[in-house]
Structures are given as C-alpha cells and as structure tokens.
Write a protein that binds this ligand. Structure first.
Ligand code: CP3
Length: 348
C-alpha cells in the first residue's frame, strides 16, 4: 500500500503532489466550528471526545487537506500537573496559579497521559476509523517544554517572556527540574497518542525564537532531543518540530533529530534547506496574514513557497504559524486546491 502523501513527505519520499495542512486548521475562522463553539466552553469541547473528533474532521471534509490534526490544545495537560487553566473570551489562555518559585516547581506532579488526558486519547480512538475511510492520516501534538514553561510561568501569553527567561537564566537547577518534569509529561503524552492511533506527532515550540542560540542550545535543546529520541524509540512515527523566529539557530534545529522541521515565513526555504541538508523534511511557510489579501496576491506567494522548496520531495506545505480567526474560508480552500494543482506540474 502506498503511504498517504503527507506521511510520504515526512519520510522525504516522492509524492504525486505537495501535501498541505494548516496549523490551527480547525478553529474560529470556520462557521462550522463557531456553531459548535456557541454551545460549549473551549475546555468542554476538548474534554468531549465526540465533539473534538467532529471538529477535527471539519477541515478535512471542508478543505481537502492532506492531514488531520487532533483537536485539543497544548495547555490542558498542565492541569494535571497542578495548574489552574481557563480560556477567556478574546483574551486567550490564563493560568491562575503560575509557577514563580523553585518550591512551585517541586510541587508539580507528572501524571500519566491516561490519567491526565483520557479524553484526548479517546478522541484519537474515535478518529482513526473515520480518517482511515478518508485515507487521511492523523497528527497528534504536544507543546514543547520551553513553550509550556513559558505559559506556566508567565500565566498566559507574553510579549517579552521576561519571567520565564529570568528563571531559566537565574535558577538553572530549578529550570532543569521543571524542564525534566515537562519532558517526562510530553514524551509520555506523545507516546500515548501514537498508541491510541496518531500517525505522526508535532511538537509546538511556538515561542522558542525568543531565545538566543546559546540559551536554546544549553537550556532547551537537550530536553527536545530526549523527547524525540524517546518517541522515536517507542513508536517510530515521524516527529515534526515547529518553532517561530528560529532563523538564528536553524543549524541547531537539525540537532533535534526531528524528521520534519517547521519554519515560519521569516525564513527563506532555500536557505533552510542549505542549512538543514537533505536528510530532513521541511514544513511551511506561507505568512498566515497573506490569506487576508485578495487571491491574486496570495497565489504568487504560495507559488514562491513551492519554488523555494525546490520540488516535491520532503516538503509539506503549511503556514508559517497558525491560521488566524478572521481568515476568509474561501481563500483557504483556494490555497489547498492551488498547492495540489501547481505542485503536481512536472518540476522544471
Ligand atoms: O491546529 C488545530 O486545528 C488543532 C488544535 C489546536 C488548537 N491549539 C486549538 C485552539 C492546536 C494544535 C493548538 C496549538 C496551540 N495552542 C499553540 C501552538 C500553536 C501556535 O499557535 O503557536 C499555542 C501557543 C496554543 C495556546 C492557545 N490556545 C492560545 C494562545 C489560544 C488563544 C488564542 C487563539 O488563537 O484563540 C488558544 C485557544 C485555542 N486553541 C482555540 C483553538 C481552536 C480558540 C478557542 C476558542 O474557540 O475560543
């Protein structure tokens, strides 16, 4: 049996056309999502396997993307560690008891995935037969330790990430304890997702580009390496490592040993390929804001991404970061069709 084109591209195998999926492809830009959201809180949706499975399938059925990403969020696994999480309308996530001291870190629990997030594992079990019928693979995911630590310490989103960086730089022993706990949580969570049926996993390290290359190497990379090593050893599925603003330490991303590196629109894919070499797949990297422009402005930018990737092997088309809430659905649909048609042409 031939692999679905998303999984083939993760392995840098040739595909009939470039696969495309979009980070945050299930979400508020879709009226079908908003209709369900009107009836539930966000955490209720994540904790209801039937609802979460239905939302996961929406972009697959409505857009024709080449992979489904599990509907969940990076932050709910922190609840079982002892953090109180909520999502406020218009303001995003908030953690009411952020980590501020080494004693807070010592108090954090590391629950198993079965105990902590059984609803997400059940969502995956519901999804696999549905997706198998459609021939579309399922991506599981987790926040990466730095990005989870950023939310846990800042208490929500942050511009400068001053508290998390201060703890990382000023309290190296406490930082190691925190990152070691998060590493155990994340690798257990990802392995459990694969055991439940996920066919690839993505680590979202959205805010890692806030760090200097030296701090990334010393205080973040070793934990990411441990997670990827464990997931690979226990499951063998492809691992995608995604961060934004990573152009300053692309060569270190290669050392994560991820199968796929996700980059944002600030990186030229030709430069990324030169630095990363040929033995890794690249995912990205259209600016999500481009989707607010008329189609005539989107199309050449999408073509440019495909050209920069230099052919089909080992490229997964995506945005450089998550799709934004007000994005016009029609433009998203045209993008998916365009990538499939354009990249299907013979490579010149
Ligand atoms: O990609 C998907 O469609 C799958 C589901 C998914 C969500 N969040 C659903 C969600 C995934 C993979 C995520 C990842 C996530 N969550 C990240 C990493 C990716 C990135 O964008 O950097 C981060 C940093 C978060 C944390 C988070 N969750 C924020 C900052 C917010 C609020 C801002 C926003 O975009 O809404 C959320 C809430 C959230 N997660 C929503 C969705 C659909 C919106 C909730 C709502 O309907 O009110």
């Amino acid at each position: 049996m031939t692999l679905p084109r998303f999984l083939a591209a993760c392995r840098r195998q040739p595909t009939d056309t470039t696969p495309i999926w979009l980070m945050r492809q299930a979400g508020r830009y879709m009226p079908e999502y908003r209709a369900i959201r009107a009836k539930h809180s966000f955490l209720e949706m994540v904790r209801s396997p039937e609802v979460a499975a239905e939302i996961t399938l929406q972009p697959v059925d409505l857009l024709g993307v080449d992979a489904a990403i599990l509907f969940a969020d990076i932050l709910p696994p922190l609840i079982g560690m002892g953090l109180e999480l909520d999502y406020l309308h218009g303001e995003g996530p908030v953690l009411y008891n952020p980590i501020r001291t080494p004693a807070d870190i010592d108090a954090l629990r590391v629950p198993s995935a079965e105990e902590n997030t059984p609803f997400t594992l059940e969502t995956i079990r519901l999804l696999r037969p549905e997706l198998d019928q459609r021939g579309v693979p399922l991506i599981g995911f987790s926040g990466a330790p730095f990005t989870l630590a950023a939310y846990a310490i800042e208490g929500g989103g942050s511009k400068h990430h001053a508290r998390v960086k201060a703890l990382m730089m000023g309290e190296p022993a406490a930082w190691d304890t925190l990152m070691t706990k998060l590493t155990a949580l994340v690798s257990g969570y990802l392995v459990a997702q694969v055991e439940a049926g996920a066919q690839a996993v993505q680590l979202f390290d959205s805010w890692v580009g806030q760090l200097s290359p030296g701090d990334f190497r010393a205080h973040v990379l070793p934990y990411v390496q441990t997670i990827i090593h464990e997931v690979r050893a226990k499951t063998g599925v492809p691992v995608i490592y995604f961060g934004t603003d990573t152009s300053g330490f692309l060569s270190d991303l290669k050392s994560t040993s991820a199968d796929v590196i996700g980059v944002d629109w600030r990186v030229d894919l030709r430069a990324a390929r030169r630095v990363l070499g040929d033995d890794v797949a690249i995912q990205g990297n259209l600016d999500p804001i481009a989707l607010f422009a008329p189609w005539d402005a989107v199309q050449p930018r999408a073509a440019d991404v495909i050209q920069q990737a230099g052919g089909r092997a080992g490229h997964i088309f995506n945005l450089g970061h998550g799709i934004l809430p007000e994005t016009p659905v029609d433009t998203v649909r045209r993008l998916v069709d365009y990538v499939h048609e354009y990249a299907h042409q013979p490579v010149p």
